[in-house]
Design a protein around this ligand. Structure first.
Ligand code: ZN
Ligand code: ZN
Length: 376
């Protein structure tokens, strides 16, 4: 598709934990909870087993000692293979129970460079989201950091995304899907089920904290998938604690697709900042979407005529391909085959600020969500 043709499509996972499960494995007794546990093994799993082009290990800030952070930095540099695999430095800014860091929601911090500070929510200087953003501006610079709110619609323990707290310059991406399910909107498919007792809906979700809620408020961000692996398997976790992925509580881990000029840190990071990314539920579904030539993640000042172009190559028959305008299904195609390409012109009157994204559903239930294009 025009605009995407010069770019490569790369697959990755910017949400991987390894240290917590390593510490617990002796006591877990789960046969499937064994390894990979070293940083080298984790990156090798992403490269060789799940076939990923980029990975970030994002262990929780408060569980990382200085030596472990240093080891994470060294591993990202060492495990990067220029031209074929990019390891990004990152960590998860989470929360400490009963402390000011509660109530903002969890965020992954990803750096462009192999150097970067660990701004932990356990330190008073960074124990709120605005303090984290301020610290990143002072110590890293905007263009070298991306902050990714994740599982925004998950209720458990007050960790849902506080939509009053969003930084448009740093929070360029939001994780819409992980092994916890989909945070596009409440309910199925992929409804969030973990710790249902925390939710007023009886599932595991926090109504009013979902991606569609944030888009409706005018927040502008790209959409990605991540695994949230806690067993060191980027793009393909088997376990989360005692729960086997794909069964009652946890789904399969998600993936992040990224259109970048080439497979290197700068090109990929530029694409993250440009929101030229999309999410899948773990299958490598190929999706391209443009509006009047603007690629996913881009903004148009305004347009009377809106011509949408969509191309999809699924890994199974495509059951539905939907163009969503302002959270409403505006155009639906039922291809019935593995691939489809269509153009559609939205003839309805423009509103003040419109956003469009594409939702793909395969016959086997797997899904993909593009990042939006905004008009106005
Ligand atoms: Zn988290
Ligand atoms: Zn996490």
């Amino acid at each position: 598709m025009t605009g995407y043709d010069p770019l490569g499509l790369y697959w990755g996972d910017l949400h991987v934990h390894v240290r917590e499960i390593r510490r617990e494995r002796e006591s877990s007794g789960l046969p499937g909870a064994a390894g990979p546990f070293s940083l080298e093994e984790v990156y090798a799993y992403g490269r060789e087993v799940t076939g990923l082009d980029f990975v970030a290990v994002t262990d929780h800030d408060v569980s990382l000692c200085p030596d472990e952070w240093e080891a994470t930095r060294e591993a990202a540099r060492r495990e990067t293979v220029v031209g074929s695999f990019a390891a990004f430095l990152g960590y998860e800014w989470s929360h400490v129970a009963g402390q000011p860091s509660c109530g903002y929601g969890h965020r992954n911090v990803i750096y462009r460079e192999f150097e970067g500070p660990l701004l932990s929510c356990g330190a008073e200087a960074y124990d709120t989201a605005p303090k984290l953003w301020q610290g990143l501006r002072e110590q890293v610079a905007l263009e070298n950091a991306v902050v990714v709110p994740h599982h925004p619609g998950r209720a458990a323990g007050g960790i849902s995304w506080n939509l009053d707290c969003w930084d448009p310059e740093l929070e360029r991406l939001v994780e819409i899907y992980s092994l916890w399910g989909s945070s596009e909107k409440p309910g199925p498919p992929f409804e969030i089920r973990y710790l249902a007792e925390h939710s007023p809906t009886g599932r595991g979700e926090a109504p009013g904290h979902f991606v569609q809620d944030a888009l409706a408020r005018g927040h502008r961000f790209g959409l990605i998938g991540g695994s949230e692996s806690h067993d060191g398997r980027p793009g393909g976790p088997l376990w989360h604690g005692p729960h086997r992925c794909g069964e009652e509580i946890c789904y399969r881990g998600g993936l992040q697709a990224t259109y970048a000029a080439s497979l290197d840190h700068d090109s990929l990071f530029d694409a993250f900042r440009a929101r030229r990314c999309y999410a899948t539920t773990g299958e490598k579904i190929r999706l391209a979407f443009s509006l009047n030539g603007a690629l996913m993640g881009e903004e148009l000042a305004g347009a009377e005529r809106r011509r949408v172009t969509v191309e999809v190559a699924g890994t199974d028959a495509l059951a539905r391909v939907e163009v969503i305008r302002n959270n409403v299904e505006a155009h639906v195609v039922d291809p019935g085959s593995d691939t489809c390409r269509f153009e559609w012109e939205d003839l309805r009157p423009a509103e003040d600020a419109d956003y469009y994204y594409v939702r793909v559903t395969q016959g086997d239930g797997h899904m993909a969500w593009s990042s939006p294009v905004w008009v106005g």
